[in-house]
Design a protein around this ligand. Sequence first.
Ligand code: 5AD
Ligand code: FES
Length: 343
Amino acid sequence: MVDILDKAMRSHDLDKCEIVRLLSIDDGVQQEVLFKAADETRQQYLGTDVHLRGLIEFSNYCMNDCMYCGIRRGNRTLERYRIQPDEVIKVAAQAYRLGYRTIVLQSGEDGYYTGDVMCYIIRGIKEAADVAITLSIGERSYDDYKRMKEAGADRYLMRFETSNRELYKKLHPRMDFDNRIQCLKDIKSLGYELGSGFLVGLPGQTVEDIADDILLLKELGADMVGIGPFIPHPDTPLRSCNSGSLDMVLKAVAVLRLIMPDINIPATTAVGTSDPFGRQKALKAGANVIMPNVTPLEYRQLYQLYPGKICIGENPQDCRICVEGLIRSVGRTVGTGYGGHNG
Ligand code: 5AD
Ligand code: FES
């Protein structure tokens, strides 16, 4: 293993076989060596800053039916909400006042927010606050992506969820893997910073699949990568499946840091949900970003992609204070700039 780590730290290049070997480490001591190598790489390329993103979950309507997701259209028990455009702008301005310099606008795939409506929100936020804007609203037309970029959006997050086509098909009825990858390429070519990622522990997923996921992120030239454990939601078809392993997520984060040394990698909310110290562990295994929730309290419990999601009862101010403490507890500093991949 040490030879693979040496190679990774020198060349930031590993083949599938080598990645599988690192992901297959099951010895606790060896895992720590892997995490340490990733942590050193993060320190060397990015220093101690942890960048914060204020996440606004502005609509839980979704026209898709992803088998794992709590807000899938097939979940008829869920009460749906939409935060109106002017209120989204207000929430973003509040997040700016709490110190956030990146706002992430996330929703289900909701046609109510047309390209025009999104451009209105983006322009409004840019007028009200000096922030970078990240969109996370799913698959759209090339024209929408282009217009939203022109309106001022800076970055775009959309996970491909799994690079295994068969598995993708089973989990995403009526969706098309190739279209999703095309969207990601379009987003990148339009000049957005591109965020993507995948789920760990999907039923039927293998360690080879995860190695392929990592290699696909490198091929796409992702600027930021979110990796989270699958957590079964009781109101979805996958309710009785097992959760993804936190250790596997941490190993994937570490390998990714080794081969993409300067990208942004969040310690995801799902990682914080699967283990009370999950985010701290991720920050020590290569991660350098946290995305605290700034969604108004009354909507939070309605945006449960998975059960047990942390911060459901906290308001934006609580989360801000909490994560600053968390960051300091692992010897890191809170980033003050936009914290993009390119500055
Ligand atoms: N468990 C973990 N993560 C989930 N997501 C959706 N449903 C779940 C679940 N049950 C993730 C997907 C999506 C992101 C916004 O949330 O990866 O891209
Ligand atoms: Fe929300 Fe800790 S980040 S309570």
